[in-house]
Design a protein around this ligand. Structure first.
Ligand code: CS2
Length: 493
């Protein structure tokens, strides 16, 4: 039996107090409905609705996807009336399965552009939130520069056809909102980007400069750009997991999300958030979100990249097996203790050593079954946000501790080099794959040119000590067994 309202009701699966009477527009419109949004924000809203079904009966999310490859998913979720299960696993193995009903409407820009604009223009829409990935903001963080060269941005500046970026949709939608109701809006960024709300502001305002500068003043006055830290490990669901669910509940869910039990959502306080029950959704409101973002991006996300890349080098395809390798585990612990933690600010009540211990347990959770491939994907955008800031901060110290940070970059290079040599670079999942392919195919290409030619690495290209270490580690990887290279690193740190 397939999952939809009818079948879920028949089987008594709908949450207590569930009402199907809610009508759009809903208070939240979300860009980027992938696994993470569904295990995190949409799940959190479900907790609120479960507690107060009557009070928040019209609360829900209009999900919007923009990437052409997401159309099939949008159709699959729509076929299930927006319903899907979240299956959470604690490191000890406890499993919880919940039906999520908060995505009331799911739209794709290729088919529903006018509806999306109407939703943005409606005064009923109060929050527009985003999980558009690290690269989706299209900002070079080392220079705080909007990247105009991106082809989708260039297309959107022509104001023709279906929008390719959220920026054009926002420009058009907010213009209609200004004319229709002139009401303010909360723009809530939920991506793994330091100062994500500021980065969103920069990107949107820059885009408007060339697209429609008449909107700049309105956006500056009426849009509140909120910063958040989001956390819940959410891998790509496997066919086996869908099959297991079918055996358990006798219902076929094509949009199942599997994730860990751990959940964290830290949001920076802002007057524009006063009316929203974010705490009841499980969020923590703080004066300054930056230290939480730094902690999470550097220890968790950077640690993930380390585990994924070294894991792949040693032949592991799963994060939970890679982190249990004693060599990788030791490198990770050294990285946290010697390189990352000294760059972090004090957070009242947080003990970084405990946080790291907890991360090791979270990475090691076998039920999450996260792949090294997912973690490695998008590294061109991820590493500058997860790892380079640690190197920048360390370089400001007298005796900078940067060996492992640079080692992660070298392991990434080694990964790309292997893919190239296997003639598999086309399989590399990265927004900048074409650039990477072009570089590795150039006659006379060598690792010493990498930092100069990959714009996302420019912020470290002029540090001789970084270049020297990078080349040394790349040469080690290219000439010796990865196990021996890791062993040697451990003797140096
Ligand atoms: C991961 C994140 O994509 C990655 O590289 O580190 O998706 C990570 O699992 C989440 O940020 C956890 O909150």
């Amino acid at each position: 039996m397939v999952l939809n309202y009818h079948n879920a009701r028949l089987k008594g699966l709908l949450p207590i107090g569930f009402s199907k009477n809610a009508k759009p527009p809903y208070p939240i419109l979300h860009f980027g409905v992938g696994g993470f949004h569904r295990s995190h924000q949409a799940w959190a809203l479900q907790q609120l609705l479960n507690k107060h079904p009557a009070k928040f009966s019209n609360w829900g999310i209009t999900g919007v996807n923009v990437m052409p490859q997401d159309l099939a998913f949008v159709k699959a979720l729509r076929a299930q009336d927006g319903l899907y299960f979240v299956q959470r696993y604690a490191p000890e193995g406890t499993q919880t399965t919940e039906l999520i009903t908060t995505i009331k409407e799911i739209l794709h820009v290729a088919e529903d552009y006018d509806t999306i604009l109407q939703r943005i223009a409606s005064p009923e829409t109060k929050i527009i939130s985003f999980t558009i990935t690290e690269g989706g903001y299209n900002v070079d963080l080392s220079q705080n520069r909007f990247i105009w060269e991106t082809s989708t941005v260039q297309e959107d500046l022509k104001k023709q056809g279906i929008p390719k970026t959220v920026f054009r949709i926002l420009a058009e939608g907010l213009k209609l909102r200004k004319e229709a109701c002139d009401e303010g809006i909360v723009l809530l960024s939920c991506d793994n980007v330091q100062h994500n709300g500021d980065v969103l502001r920069l990107a949107l305002l820059e885009f408007l400069h060339r697209y429609d500068s008449s909107m700049i003043d309105w956006v500056q006055q009426k849009a509140a750009f909120i910063k958040t830290m989001v956390d819940r490990i959410t891998p790509v669901t496997t066919p086996q997991q869908k099959n297991d669910l079918l055996q358990q509940v006798d219902i076929q869910d094509n949009c199942l999300v599997v994730c860990e039990d751990f959940f964290q959502w830290v949001i920076e306080e802002h007057p524009a958030l006063a009316d929203f029950p974010l705490q009841e959704m499980g969020a923590t409101l703080v004066d300054d979100v930056a230290p939480f973002e730094e902690m999470k991006l550097r220890l968790l996300n950077g640690g993930h990249s380390l585990t994924g890349l070294l894991g792949d080098a040693l032949g592991y395809d799963r994060i939970h097996t890679a982190i249990k390798d004693t060599g990788i585990h030791s490198v990770y612990m050294h990285y946290c203790n010697k390189e990352v933690i000294p760059t972090l600010s004090f957070i009242n009540g947080v003990h970084y050593n405990d946080y790291v211990e907890q991360l090791v347990a979270r990475f090691g959770n076998p039920m999450i079954n996260d792949s090294t491939a997912r973690i490695i994907s998008g590294s061109t955008d991820k590493l500058p946000k997860f790892v380079l800031p640690v190197i920048w901060d360390q370089l400001r110290q007298n005796s900078p501790q940067i060996r492992i940070g640079v080692f992660i970059l070298a392991a990434w290079y080694y990964y790309l080099d292997r893919e190239f040599k296997k003639n598999q670079m086309r399989e590399v999942q990265d927004q900048h794959r074409d650039l990477l392919m072009q570089l590795f195919s150039e006659p006379g290409w060598e690792a010493s040119m990498f930092m100069d030619r990959v714009p996302m690495l420019h912020s470290i290209k002029d540090a001789p000590i970084v270049r020297e270490l990078f080349l040394q580690y790349v040469n080690d990887f290219l000439s010796r067994e990865a196990r021996a290279v890791i062993h040697q690193l451990l003797q140096q740190v």
